[in-house]
Design a protein around this ligand. Structure first.
Ligand SMILES: [Zn+2]
Length: 319
């Protein structure tokens, strides 16, 4: 895959993206978020629309409020309810009184609830929602006609210029992700503004490449299962060769997502003893901790335990 890069952007300031559109890059750089989450500020008749408030970080909130200056923030709009996008919503709502718009139901174990909801095709402040589940069950892209620029798409985490997206079951769904990539292909937007990384000035070849890349991964996974049953960890080790622990876990989540897609389509099946082990573990209630909304360390531990169980699940080719 070819991806775009950019130097680390200056912190604490709004950067011009296009006429009427600026971004403040949040201070949450990582192997998963690149230089940080892009919080976009769009000028409109009644003030600013903020797309993705960003992570729960008081400094970032202050950066965005300072960037807005005397122009009121009229609304917050969420591409999806992952923590690095909605974490700052509460503080920004309190500081501005602006309502937060998002998909009908968040679907993510994040506790986020939108004040105003948007379904596919819904519109707010010139932003037309395009329902694109896959990376997250509540993911929206936003089509926008920028004065002097033309049609563009705020592509969130669905299509990013710097990396492929993570599809992390059960909230991430690979079949939905494929469909949401395919529905972008006939669309007219010639410019994508992702939630991480720089503007993609030629996005449709990237969307095609993402699909091709996923289909190659899928074929490679099936190829590996031809030689006999294999665990998710074994497949990810062979296919991805990641050493960074976060990237290794992300690779294993992607393999699981592919296998669940292939299972739903009847191409693979989970081995009976593996399935029994995994179902028993799920009944233990450990998975429920993920939705507790409580202590972040407890949630991390529960996630970790669940991931370790998932990584050892064994699949084989269907008969
Ligand atoms: Zn996300």
């Amino acid at each position: 895959m070819t991806f775009l890069t950019e130097p680390e952007p200056p912190r604490g300031v709004a950067l011009d993206v296009l006429p009427g559109i600026r971004r403040v890059v949040a201070r949450n750089p990582s192997v998963m978020t690149y230089h940080g989450t892009n919080t976009y500020l769009i000028e409109g008749d009644d003030g600013l629309t903020v797309i993705d408030p960003g992570p729960d970080d008081a400094v970032h909130v202050a950066d965005v409020l300072r960037a807005a200056g005397k122009t009121p923030i009229a609304r917050l709009v969420l591409t999806h309810a992952h923590a690095d996008h909605h974490g700052a919503t509460k503080a920004m709502r309190q500081a501005t009184g602006a309502p937060a718009w998002g998909y009908l139901t968040s679907g993510s174990p994040s506790g986020f609830t939108a004040d105003e909801t948007l379904d596919d095709g819904g519109e707010v402040a010139g932003l037309k929602a395009v329902f694109t589940p896959g990376h997250a069950p509540d993911h929206l892209c936003f089509a926008y006609e920028a004065p002097g620029t033309g049609r563009l798409l705020f592509s969130g985490d669905h299509v990013m210029s710097w990396s492929s997206s993570i599809v992390d079951p059960p909230h991430g769904n690979m079949r939905a992700y494929y469909n949401s990539l395919e529905l972008l292909l006939p669309r007219p937007e010639g410019l994508y503004l992702p939630a991480h990384g720089p503007v993609d000035p030629n996005p449709l070849p990237s969307v095609e490449e993402l699909l091709t890349h996923r289909k190659m991964r899928e074929a490679a996974i099936l190829g590996q299962l031809k030689a006999g049953p294999a665990s998710i960890r074994d497949i990810a080790t062979t296919l991805y060769a990641k050493t960074d622990l976060n990237l290794k876990v992300a690779a294993e989540r992607n393999v699981l997502a592919h296998l669940l897609k292939l299972e739903a389509e009847g191409f693979v099946k989970e081995q009976a003893d593996s399935k029994a082990r995994h179902e028993a573990a799920a009944e233990d209630g450990e998975a429920a901790d993920l939705d507790s909304g409580g202590d972040i360390n407890a949630i991390r531990m529960a996630y970790w335990k669940k991931h370790e169980q998932d990584a050892l699940r064994i699949f084989s080719k269907a008969d």
